[in-house]
Design a protein around this ligand. Structure first.
Ligand code: FAD
Length: 455
């Protein structure tokens, strides 16, 4: 077991970045002790609270993370919020190195009037709601309208659109929360428009997500052929993934006639930027969105959207803005770049701060799949191990590690949740799920999670 002599590293955040960084550190040195601090009583970050419920295969990474957490030199401390319960400076005193992997919990706003009207949500909150994020438990989106508009055309936007149009009979066998499933059963949303500020050749989602939209039962694509003028001719000059994605969209133009039974629709709308959310007569609820019509300057991936001066209104009773996540500053002692909303770093070494590292979305911004996050977490771990090897990171000092932090937490009335206590929550969720014919039914609030963990 760990002694005062072991090099000790702690990781802030128990999402993919945290677990992949820990895995690589544990493998890289047989004497290194790695502790993971996570704000929630439950681990895995966006694998649990972001990844769509109908993508269970993506969540298989949890098995690898669980192995890491069960490693004899790894400990998990859930229910500990760094920056609030313990400061980063306190962690730096207790450990030889600290790795920040706390993700991107903030949301970008559209920055237009009317954004606070009822019926307008960020994708972050909407996704958090159907995935059981405790802070979004009370969201209760009103799904009694026919048309929903999603602003943004990335994979998250398509996840939201797909969940809105999926048959509840398919969703009921996933780990979607029971309350979201019931809302979706009562939903009257029949049409989802997915709006982007640039054109079909600049769309930010991947093939898999578009194909899933095209394969939705009883749902047909509703595209505007005019948006695709000249696109077929441009195909031959496109890089391969972009070409395949574009071919798929061109196919969706034709699908219409083949699905006469479709009673639901989805479609992309291009070259439109939000100007203003339009209210209902009562002034309280969303009735639509006013959009600036754009034209493209330049071509390809770098093309820029410029306003033409014209506007167009789309009616909708539900508006979800999916224009990105952003990291938030964690602690005044940690450098933060407000322009990129990341912790400034070089290959994971936090600028001007010896002993401090970062990985995942807080390091490179909120883009990329889990595999991208894995690669950049491995890079950070490699750099840290190299610094330990070269003496840049001083391992000769005795550090008390978790012992020091848990006693601080104790004096502050904070009780961490261990990984085996999380496993009690896990078992309880699986038990509740079995009852409903689902892989799990998530516990929706922190207080209840703690009750189960400590029962
Ligand atoms: P996160 O996963 O956000 O983890 C950060 C962790 O830090 C969280 O657990 C958080 O609670 C914790 N934390 C935050 N602040 C503190 C604090 N102060 N103290 C302690 N802990 C803290 N990728 C795929 O490959 N396939 C998909 O299908 C897919 N779907 C996605 C769907 C959505 C809606 C989103 C948003 C992302 C999706 N991704 C998907 C991308 C993937 O989720 C990310 O690449 C990955 O989760 C980023 O990992 P991370 O560890 O940096 O951040």
């Amino acid at each position: 077991s760990a002694s005062a002599l072991n090099p000790k590293v702690c990781i802030v955040g128990g999402g993919p970045a945290g677990f992949y960084t820990a895995q690589h550190l544990l493998k890289g040195r047989s004497d290194m002790v790695v502790d993971i601090y996570e704000r929630l009583p439950v681990p895995f970050g966006l694998v649990r609270f972001g990844v769509a419920p109908d993508h269970p295969e993506v969540k298989n990474v949890i098995n690898t993370f669980t192995q890491t957490a069960q490693h004899e030199r790894c400990s998990f401390f859930g229910n500990v919020s760094i920056g609030t319960d313990v400061s980063v400076d306190e962690l730096k005193k207790a450990y030889h190195a600290v790795v920040l992997s706390y993700g991107a919990e903030g949301k970008r706003s559209m920055g237009v009037p009317g954004e606070n009207l009822a019926g307008v949500f960020s994708a972050r909150d909407f996704v958090g709601w159907y995935n059981g994020l405790p802070s979004n438990k009370e969201l209760c989106p009103d799904l009694s309208c026919e048309t929903a508009v999603v602003m943004g055309q990335g994979n998250v936007a398509l996840d939201v659109a797909r969940i809105l149009l999926s048959s509840p009979d398919l969703l009921k066998t996933t780990d979607i929360t029971q309350q979201a499933l019931e809302s979706l059963r009562a939903s009257r949303v029949r049409r989802v428009l997915i709006v982007g500020r640039r054109g079909p050749l600049q769309i930010a989602c991947t093939i898999k997500e578009v194909r899933e939209m095209m394969n939705l039962p009883e749902t047909k694509a509703d595209m505007l052929p005019a948006d695709f003028e000249g696109i077929a001719e441009a195909l031959k000059d496109l890089p391969r993934p972009r070409k395949r994605l574009t071919e798929l969209m061109l196919k969706s133009l034709k699908v219409d006639e083949r699905s006469p039974k479709a009673n639901k629709q989805w479609g992309f709308r291009f070259l439109l930027s939000p100007v203003k959310v339009l209210p209902c007569a009562d002034g309280k609820k969303v009735a639509g969105i006013r959009l600036a019509v754009n034209k493209l300057e330049g071509s390809g991936e770098e093309a820029r959207a410029l306003p033409t001066g014209q506007t167009q209104d789309l009616e909708c009773g539900l508006l979800i803005s999916s224009i990105g996540y952003k990291s938030l500053p964690i602690d005044s002692s940690v450098p933060f770049d407000p322009h990129t909303s990341t912790v400034p770093n070089n290959m994971g070494r936090v600028s001007h701060t010896a002993g401090l590292y970062c990985s995942g979305w807080v390091k490179r911004g909120p883009t990329g799949v889990i595999a991208t996050t894995m690669n950049d977490s491995f890079e950070t771990a490699r750099i840290l191990l190299k610094d330990a090897q070269s003496g840049k990171l001083d391992l000769s000092l005795n550090k008390a590690g978790a012992q020091e932090i848990t006693s601080l937490l104790h004096t502050r009335g904070v009780s961490p949740v261990s990984f085996s206590e999380w496993e009690k929550i896990n078992s309880e969720e699986i038990r509740r799920g079995e009852f409903l014919g689902k892989p799990r039914e998530k516990v929706l609030d922190v207080k209840q999670m703690l009750e189960v963990a400590w029962s």
